[in-house]
Write a protein that binds this ligand. Sequence first.
Ligand code: HGY
Ligand code: MN
Ligand code: MN
Length: 401
Amino acid sequence: MPLDPQRFTGDLHVLRSFGASGVGKGVVRQAYSDADYAARQWLAQRMKDAGLELHFDPLGNLFGLAGEKSLLVGSHSDSQPEGGWLDGALGVAAGLEIARAAKEDGRPPISCVSFQDEEGRFGVLTGSDVWTGKLALAEADGFTDTQGNTLADMRAQMADLAGGFLPHDRFCGFLEMHIEQGPYLEEAGLGLGLGVVTDIVGIRDVRITFEGRQNHAGTTPMHLRRDAFQALSAFNTALSSRFENVVTPATVWTIGHVALHPNASSVVPGRVEFSVQWRDADADRLARMETLIKATAQEIAADHGVASELGPVKGLDPEAMDARFQAELGAAAEILAPGKWQKMPSGALHDAANLAAVMPAAMLFVPSIGGISHAFDEDTAEADLVLGLQVLDRAARVLAV
Ligand code: HGY
Ligand code: MN
Ligand code: MN
């Protein structure tokens, strides 16, 4: 049975139904949530129906295994707190379809995977980070989400399903198809548009707390305040100006999570917990930015009479994709979409960045409409999804042992 694009798109729409929310095709399916658990159970059944051997590892990474040694194709099926229907899910559904078709055709074995907590409810690409050995399970278990839940407690809910960690040499390499999540394929005006990823940027992420003095918003004179929000505001302004001599136009940094306490209009906020996340293709620049963030937080805290506490800095270094795997993706794209593909870096992080540390890994991008992602209205034209599947399958057939 050759590749079946309709079966693939059908799976995508069923997968979207787990945590379907908001406008468009949005999903809310964070790692270890009920929706994530239900999605993994459904994926497991689809893998079993395809004749693949099921394996959940201690993190909840879900594998559909074929053969003794195989090519691994997949991505993640957890989402951001407000996610699109394709981020991760596209690569998981493509991996399932490609592994299933290989099995049906009696071709060299291809396995599929859905990694857990790629979206970082706890760490950064946590499931593949632990599986590839970059992050110790004991350390990851202590990570908390913004509500204070620990990873250990959340993954314990799946313990009845979990086996051990699979050996990396079970696989000859890893392919991941993903939406671009940015504007460049559309801007390139390639028409359909496919991206063969050359390398994935590095990332760092830290949570910082400023602790001042909660007080009355009417009776507390400005000069006596120890206002945590004012400290955060000054920190952000100071950091942006100090970054000017370090960053390039490709560097990004974000304060995406801010929890103000008690978050009431008549109260001088006594505490703020916030995240600082930064990304760049150069590990040295990431390190220089980390030094600036730490120094600026401590200096501004002292100026504003607040205590500062910095959590662990989590993250990954930049990773290049395997040259041979890239070449096979490019060759497949040139046959199926001549002139409608390009090589490009990835500004988003992906499990392939972790897999690249233990086996050859490469990625294929399909365009994101309007470059939108990590938002309910993330979307991609169906023709692009099917073309991506066909190109990925063609390269996978060559790379499978
Ligand atoms: O944030 C990222 O780059 C990925 O989507 N988790
Ligand atoms: Mn993703
Ligand atoms: Mn994402």
